[in-house]
Design a protein around this ligand. Structure first.
Ligand SMILES: Cc1cc2nc3c(=O)[nH]c(=O)nc-3n(C[C@H](O)[C@H](O)[C@H](O)COP(=O)(O)O)c2cc1C
Length: 384
């Protein structure tokens, strides 16, 4: 019998039974005024829920030093945790499974976002180069400041913030958490040799550069169980100068260490989420770093082959590319970002091969609770 696995066939993701493989990618949308999830967020996630579907939230702050965008939700205090509960309950009522993405931007911040106007923290004192601009609370763009490098003894405290945030997420009712180790943010600032210039046990060798991520994976796994923990990486994405001299080697180093954690705890993580090299984070341009299609496919296939668990890919997938990725066994799940912004019923549209609405970049990070957020149209009843 021919293999009929498709984007629309069910998938058992650890303890979760998914009815299809079209996942909502984590996306920062800057609508959680003052860091508190609200009714607008509930509406946005509910719109994108399907029975047995899987959603990943926007990057959610693990501590007061974590933000680098305006109005990003947090999950480090009680008020935020209780407010998330309402969002999660609404999504669960629609039958979807939802993970909270845990985020710390590290040096990709600005004193304006930091407690007491301090310099942001990182693995390094090197700032993000002037090639990149930071979105400030007033809607203007600024340059990234010089960060302060975390002292070795300060790192366990940051690990603990992730652990506590994961516990809060479970208390809020989330089905699990995804650790944001991608796109040039704090964890990636440790992973990439183009940024990490430390000489302590967190720098230089691959073992050392992976240490921060692996320590916090273990801390979170101990707190909430491996089957509720996922990891996102982007070894080949140079967003915010996150360059590595050998992305494939770095990616494999992370994957092998995650496999080891899984073997040690005797349980698999929920999934590994990898961003395609072709994509530049945040959709500023359509294509990312120069690299042949063959190189990209090689990187993804190698990580997929080596990782002992569920593999999710993201970045520039269309309906056709998603169908192809699943049919060829290149991934178990595909996460969709921009297309899901402008098509709340993306799953339905994909199933019907219906036309898609275009997204408007201008409203990706604005604060209106409706415009560019929950006002994208559903397919008219006549098409259903
Ligand atoms: C507006 C916007 C916000 C994003 N925010 C996040 C984020 O908070 N965390 C994250 O891991 N990725 C983030 N991304 C990347 C997406 O998860 C996704 O990988 C990316 O959009 C590529 O997929 P696409 O081609 O389907 O849009 C963001 C992307 C966009 C467009």
């Amino acid at each position: 019998m021919a293999d009929t696995t498709s984007l629309f066939s069910p998938y058992r993701m650890g303890k979760f039974n998914l009815s299809h493989r079209v996942v909502l990618a984590p996306m920062t949308r800057c609508r959680a005024l003052n860091g508190i999830p609200n009714q607008a967020l509930a509406e946005y996630y509910v719109q994108r829920s399907t029975p047995g579907g899987f959603l990943i939230t926007e990057g959610t702050l693990v501590s007061p030093t974590a933000p680098g965008f305006p109005h990003v939700p947090g999950i480090y205090n009680e008020e935020q945790t209780q407010a998330w509960r309402k969002v999660v309950d609404a999504v669960h009522a629609k039958g979807s499974i939802i993970f909270c993405q845990l985020w710390h931007v590290g040096r990709a911040s600005h004193p304006v976002y930091q407690p007491g106007g301090a310099a942001p923290i990182s693995s390094t004192t090197k700032p993000v180069s002037a090639r990149w601009r930071i979105l400030l609370p007033d809607g203007s763009y600024g340059t990234y400041p010089k960060p302060q490098a975390l002292a070795t003894h300060e790192i366990p405290q940051i690990v603990d913030h992730y652990r506590q945030a994961a516990i809060n997420a479970i208390r809020a009712g989330f089905d699990g958490i995804e650790i944001h180790g991608a796109h040039g943010y704090l964890i990636d600032q440790f992973l990439k040799d183009g940024i990490n210039d430390r000489t302590d046990e967190y720098g230089e060798s691959l073992e050392n550069r992976c240490r921060f991520l692996i320590q916090l994976v273990k801390a979170v796994v101990n707190a909430i169980g491996a089957e509720r923990v996922a990891v996102r990486i982007s070894p080949a994405i140079d967003h915010l100068d996150a360059m590595d001299s050998n992305p494939l080697r770095l990616g494999l180093a992370v994957v092998e260490r995650l496999n080891k954690v899984q073997r040690e705890v005797g349980s698999k993580l929920t999934y590994l989420h990898v961003t395609q090299p072709r994509y530049t984070a945040y959709g500023q341009t359509e294509t990312g770093r120069p690299g042949t299609e063959e190189e990209e496919a090689n990187l993804m296939r190698n990580l997929r082959k080596t990782y002992e668990g569920t593999f999710m890919c993201s970045g520039g997938y269309t309906r056709e590319l998603g169908l192809e990725a699943i049919a060829q066994g290149d991934a178990d799940l595909v996460s969709y970002g921009r297309l899901f912004i402008s098509n709340p019923d993306l799953v339905q549209r994909f199933k019907l091969n219906a036309p898609l609405s275009k997204y408007n970049r201008k409203t990706f990070y604005t604060q209106d609770p409706v415009v560019g957020y929950t006002d994208y149209p559903f397919l008219s009843k006549s098409r259903l």
